[in-house]
Design a protein around this ligand. Sequence first.
Ligand SMILES: [Zn+2]
Length: 193
Amino acid sequence: MHISKSQRNGLLFCCVSVVFFCISSGCATNKSTLPDLSLDNQLIVTEVSRDAKRSDCDTLVITCIDYRFTFENQGFVNETLGLKDNYDHISIPGSIQNLINPETSDLVLSKFALSVRLHLVKRIVIISHKDCGGYGGSASFGSELAEHETLCADLKKARDMFLEKYPTLEVNLFLESLLQEGNEAKVHFEKIL
Ligand SMILES: [Zn+2]
């Protein structure tokens, strides 16, 4: 098929226009999905409970940074475990994996040591989760059972590391999963002994 020079130029213009439209509309879509965080006042004051004014706390909670679990983790720690206003919280990407990895464990443990020293924590709660990006997601394990066994074993390794350094600590382990139940997604917490 023969295409004249003007037809070719027209075609090129159409292609460029489509690409430009897609890119510009994509950017606009992305921007509009971000919630507006502008506030009316620069100074925001919130009230804290009497318990939160202490100089120490009992527990250090360690979780992954994964945003899918943030809200449920807070509810679990505050309400289910009853630790409201009585815990430090450290979030680390792929937290447990980084903790037991010899290349990063010293760095991670030093952050924990600061919390133990500053706030005199006596107990650690470690929450690991399935489908963690730090491990390459659920797919990297090959099976649900293999994932469960690996994550439980790593949690126990992390507990042993803490107990070796701080023998008097109490260490509690939990493994959480995001599960679809009908139309709802729910987070399940399993206590690992
Ligand atoms: Zn994770």
